[in-house]
Design a protein around this ligand. Structure first.
Ligand SMILES: C[S@@+](CC[C@H](N)C(=O)[O-])C[C@H]1O[C@@H](n2cnc3c(N)ncnc32)[C@H](O)[C@@H]1O
Length: 347
């Protein structure tokens, strides 16, 4: 074997270990096994009883999780390893990545259909990716909405933040709102505002309504099932978080938003922080985004009668060109640090 072949084969083997372990993480999440281990060490019989699963499978999973380093073991009792509760259980916390396995399962389930789509050129509707991908996206983004959106991102645009604090309450439109976490976070931080979320995916809209009700903001936060290009009303702020690249007609959407902006209104977009031009090999996060693009975003967008099917990799020069095409004279990249997203303001 050449040195290069050796390096590549080791890399793929490491990736296979990671992928297989991610699927076992999803077993632990789906079956409530990590949750059962949160409070006290358990052996296989206790885990089986607490979680309502078969004991022999429980023992194999416990041993595998300890072998992977997610649990520690003392005799026959297994405990969450240091840090595991924060990463695997504390949803909404800054370290949570407990649905990484769910995300991976969703991509794996989609792979055969993606292969078929490659042959035919067909798209795969967002809804057909199902709950694994929907929840994977929502859980990945939720900590950013809960912890950063109103404390770091909006304060970086003082004019916009001031409008959200002013009376009469600002009207916010959240396009491609998914399961509504951004809409709810905005409403919780700004008691005078009303928020309307729009999304094309019915299950996302249903979950968004439930999230608003649970958060006690359903009187000010509403959700509409529909296309972001099909708009009515007037808004002081329009947000689009990790959704513009998914839209089949992003320029059409931005064009439809413009006449809906109240005087002094702005569009705030958060989308992937990728390089300004194609580079290979790319950095680690861009590699992740490209893999999502192949397996999810591009097929989902192609199911939308697309004018443009961009895929996940929405580069800053492309977004700024779309904005100018749609009639925004001063699109700007905002100076908001974030590993995953770059932010834009259009007026
Ligand atoms: C990656 S998800 C992001 C969801 C949410 N903004 C978040 O950050 O968690 C992209 C969302 O855009 C929605 N979407 C795609 N095309 C759309 C369109 N044309 N109009 C409205 N929503 C659309 C999808 O249904 C999906 O919920």
């Amino acid at each position: 074997m050449t040195d290069d072949a050796q390096v590549l084969s080791e890399r793929l083997l490491t990736a296979l270990v990671g992928a297989a372990e991610l699927f076992t993480v999803e077993l632990g999440r789906e079956l409530g096994l990590y949750a059962a281990l949160r409070d006290r060490p358990l052996d296989a019989a206790e885990l089986a009883k607490t979680a309502g699963i078969d004991e022999r499978y429980a023992r194999e999973w416990l041993e595998q999780q300890a072998a992977a380093g997610f649990l520690t073991v003392d005799g026959s009792a297994f405990t969450l390893a240091s840090g595991a509760a924060e990463v695997l259980l504390d949803e909404g916390g800054p370290c949570f990545l407990g649905t990484a396995g769910e995300f991976a399962v969703g991509l794996g389930l989609a792979a055969p259909r993606v292969a078929e789509a490659f042959r035919t050129g067909a798209g795969i509707p967002y809804a057909d990716y199902g709950r694994h991908i929907r929840h994977g996206i929502a859980s990945f983004n939720r900590p950013m909405f809960d912890l950063l959106l109103t404390t770091e991102w909006l304060p970086a645009v003082p004019e916009v933040e001031a409008r959200l604090r002013a009376t009469p309450g600002a009207r916010v439109l959240d396009l491609g709102c998914g399961t509504g976490r951004s809409s709810v976070a905005l409403a919780l931080a700004h008691p005078a505002i009303t928020v309307r979320g729009i999304d094309l995916d019915e299950d996302s809209v249903t979950e968004a309504r439930a999230a608003a009700a649970t958060a006690g903001v359903a009187d000010r936060v509403s959700f509409t099932l529909g296309d972001a290009a099909d708009l009515d009303g007037e808004y002081d702020l329009v947000t689009v978080f990790e959704a513009l690249h998914d839209m089949g007609d992003p320029v059409g959407v931005l064009r439809a938003v413009r006449p809906r902006l109240a005087p002094g209104g702005s569009v705030l977009i958060g989308d992937e922080r990728v390089a300004d031009e194609f580079t290979a090999p790319a950095g680690e996060l861009e590699r992740l985004q490209y893999a999502f693009s192949v397996l999810h975003c591009l097929p989902a967008t192609r199911a939308e009668q697309p004018v443009i099917a961009n895929g996940t990799i929405l580069r800053a020069p492309t977004l700024l060109a779309w904005a100018r095409d749609a009639g925004y004279e001063r699109p700007e990249v905002l100076d908001i640090p974030n590993d995953f997203w770059r932010f834009y303001r259009l007026r």
